[in-house]
Ligand binder design. Structure first.
Ligand code: AMP
Ligand code: ZN
Length: 114
């Protein structure tokens, strides 16, 4: 029994505000947005984090970045700029253990991650 929140969102079992979907990827609005545009981009397959990706699955990075371009265009931040962030593990503050990218934009951001 898979009890992963993002697996359930990816399968449509838990409702989310979906902005992009294809066979392998889903993108939906973050529940507590940190910027005017704050979208989470996930693989539908359960992979815990970047460091858990293994050889047969490296294509997922192409899928996620392709989706990020689509989302950036549809959310009108493709030209103005956006940030793609993935938190990997405890020290990075990862709270949901299913690989995801945050796509943030819609305002000028400063850079101080620590
Ligand atoms: P991270 O801290 O990098 O693991 O990011 C997890 C993100 O998931 C946080 O920004 C949360 O606001 C977001 N989140 C948690 N539950 C949901 C949900 N049901 N729908 C959308 N976003 C969520
Ligand atoms: Zn999962």
């Amino acid at each position: 029994m898979n009890d992963c929140l993002f697996c359930k969102i990816g399968a449509g079992q838990i409702k989310s505000d979906v902005v992009y979907e294809d066979q392998r990827v889903m993108a939906f609005r973050d529940l507590t947005p940190k910027a005017p545009v704050h979208i989470l981009i996930i693989p539908k397959k359960h992979i815990e984090r970047v460091s858990a990706v293994t050889e047969p699955d490296f294509g997922i990075f192409a899928d996620l970045h392709r989706a990020a371009q689509h989302v950036a265009k549809s959310q009108n931040v493709f030209e103005s700029g956006f940030r793609l962030i993935t938190n990997n593990g405890k020290d990075a503050g990862q709270t949901v253990n299913h690989l995801h990218y945050h796509l943030l934009g819609g305002k000028a951001m400063t850079w101080s991650p620590v």
